[in-house]
Each structure stands twice: as C-alpha cells, then as structure tokens.
Ligand binder design. Structure first.
Ligand SMILES: Nc1ncnc2c1ncn2[C@@H]1O[C@H](COP(=O)(O)OP(=O)(O)OP(=O)(O)O)[C@@H](O)[C@H]1O
Ligand SMILES: [Mg+2]
Length: 328
C-alpha cells in the first residue's frame, strides 16, 4: 500500500541543514502495523509529517518518492493531497492538547472534519446545512465517538477539550483521524502521556481498528516494548536513518545493530534477578552536524575504523535489514 524509496527531508535552517530524514526506504502492506522506534529527536515525527506532506517550514524534501497505491504523492497538487488526507491517509498527532482547538466543542470538531472531507471528496462547495443534515452528521459523530470508547457521547459531544481527561482527548483525536475511514493511519506516540491502563485501552482500540477495517498503521513510539507487543514489523530509527528493520520477532530476539541491542538492554525486566541497566551513553547527535560515516559511531560499543566510511543498509536475512559497518 505504501512504498517509500530513498526519502530525504532536510530543514533548511539559516545555519546548516538539519538532516531530519536520510535515505529512508520502507514498505507497508495493507493491514500491517509497522512500529517506528528511536530516541527523541531521531526524526520519527518528521517521517510521519512528510508522508502526510505537512512538513513544517523550513523543511524540504531533497530526494525520494512516497508511493501510495503505486502513485507518487509528492507530485500531487495540493487539492488532490487534501482529498487523500482523511480518505486514504490520516494522522493522530503527537500532542492532543495542541491538536484539538480549545474554543470549539469536541463533537463539533469531529463533525467539521467529516463535512470538509466529504466536500473535498465530492469536489463540491460546503453543503447547505439544514436541520435534517445536521442531525445526520451528529449521528455519525456520536457513532464514531462510541466506537472509540468515549462514554456518555451525547453529553461529551458538547464539551470542550479541557473538560476531557488525557485519555479521552486521545480518543477524540483517534475519532478525528478515523472520521473518513482511512486506509493508512499514522499514529505519533498516541499513548505517551497516558498511564499504563489507558495506554493498554488505546492500543487495544488501534488493534481492533486494524483487524476490523484492515487499516495499515505506522506506530511511532520510543517504547520498544510497546512496539514489540503490537507491531508486525519494527523499524529502528537513529539520527534520521533507519538502522534496522525486520519482523518484530527477528528484531527483538535477534537484534543485529548495536543501537537496537542498546535500546533492548535499556528496558528494565521484572522476570530476571536484580540487574544493573545498561543505558546507551551519550545523546543523539545534532542533525545539523552529524559525525562522518555511521552516525551512531561515537556512542557505539563495537565501533572500529570501518565505521568512519559511509554505511549502506543491507539485507542480512530475509526481510531483516541492518545499516552497520560490521556487515559491510
Ligand atoms: N521546524 C523545524 N526547524 C528545524 N529543525 C526542526 C524543525 N522541526 C523539527 N526539527 C528537528 O528535526 C529533528 C527531528 O525531529 P522530530 O520531531 O522528527 O523528532 P522525533 O523523533 O519525533 O522526537 P520525539 O520523540 O521527541 O517526538 C530534531 O533534531 C528537531 O530538532
Ligand atoms: Mg515526535
């Protein structure tokens, strides 16, 4: 369904370009859930915003293609792109409180999204809103709110975002994203601000949407354990590049890149004896000032001279790709 080839997107800032995405190639089949994991500042949100073609200023696509059902969406005019957003691709943004408009009732925001996308889809002007039409639209919104698990939807429809709890706001965002039944859902850290119980409920909801509607999902998270539980495949991102990608089981049980290995060792385990955690030392480099060769080299426990040369991503086993000088 989605095919990204050699995609690079830089923020052209006044000083140096910030290389937020570099040479990323990936595929997503219909009904598949891909987890995109990595530390803060690795370019995960940049990746999703680029797929939506909602790149914030001064971001620019440098090379590459993004194909949706075989068509390159990077060459599509703005109006066509608006039609695709909502109908084919939809996004749950990272922060519910800044995505929802604080001065409009939540139900009305979902209704507006439905109307605008219907208008764009049918290539018509805003339909005249008589009582019957408004009631019909409201019914659709209430059904959607019920589907995403917002309780007492009739009264919740008329509430403002600040009257919702964090989990409820997240559900409202999911309702917004699902309002036009997209084929592909991009979820940017949909559970980061939530406690584990609500996190489990939201993830179960996404899984249900995936299974019942066959919606493909790209789930961005910094939580490898969460990705391991819900995703069919995992792509590990570091400094704008995909460093390892493969089936969840392969990546988790048999990590080939020292960065993935480091991430896995940073997760506390409650089943084993008391053990010191082994964090990855240092931080993600400045994406405007990346080191020569492999970007992970300065933090890598297995670094050697070869790492200073450019490193390509290679397929080690079937469907398991790694970008590391050890395998060049
Ligand atoms: N408008 C902008 N102008 C310049 N640089 C930007 C802009 N937006 C983001 N960046 C930079 O792009 C890089 C990638 O940011 P991005 O938001 O994609 O990270 P992320 O992986 O989503 O992190 P997090 O887990 O914290 O959400 C960061 O170095 C960030 O500072
Ligand atoms: Mg982000």
């Amino acid at each position: 369904m989605l095919e990204i080839e050699n995609l690079s997107m830089y923020y052209d800032t006044a000083k140096k370009p910030v290389k937020a995405i570099q040479n990323v190639s990936l595929k997503l089949d219909q009904g598949e859930i891909l987890g995109l994991v990595g530390e803060s500042g690795c370019g995960k949100s940049a990746m999703l915003l680029t797929i939506m073609r909602l790149i914030p200023y001064p971001g620019k696509i440098k090379y590459g293609q993004i194909k949706l059902d075989g068509e390159n969406i990077l060459t599509k005019p703005g109006r066509e792109m608006r039609r695709l957003r909502g109908q084919k691709i939809s996004m749950i943004f990272q922060d519910p409180m800044t995505t929802l408009n604080p001065v409009f009732k939540v139900g009305e925001q979902v209704r507006e999204s439905l109307r605008i996308h219907e208008m764009v889809a049918s290539n018509s002007s805003i339909p005249f809103l008589d009582g019957a039409r408004k009631r019909k639209e409201m019914e659709m919104v209430l059904k959607l709110m019920q589907e995403v698990g917002i309780p007492s939807e009739e009264s919740r429809y008329h509430e403002f975002p600040h009257q919702y709890s964090g989990g409820m706001q997240q559900r409202a965002l999911i309702a917004l994203a699902l309002s036009c039944r997209p084929d592909l859902l991009l979820a940017d850290e949909p559970t980061t601000a939530l406690d584990v119980t609500i996190q489990a409920q939201i993830m179960a909801l996404l899984k249900q949407i995936n299974q019942e509607r066959g919606t493909g999902i790209i789930l961005v998270t910094h939580d490898l354990a969460l990705a391991a539980e819900f995703c069919h495949r995992i792509a590990v991102m570091y400094a704008g590049e995909i460093v390892e990608m493969g089936k969840t089981q392969d990546v988790i049980e048999n990590p080939q890149h020292p960065y993935t290995d480091g991430l896995l060792h940073s997760i506390p385990k409650i089943t084993t004896q008391k053990q010191k955690l082994l964090p990855i030392m240092g931080t993600v480099p400045d994406l405007a000032d990346l080191p020569e060769g492999c970007s992970f080299y300065p933090r890598c426990s297995q670094a050697h001279d070869k790492c200073l040369c450019a490193v390509d991503i290679v397929e080690l086993l079937e469907g398991h790709q790694v970008r590391c000088a050890i395998y060049q």
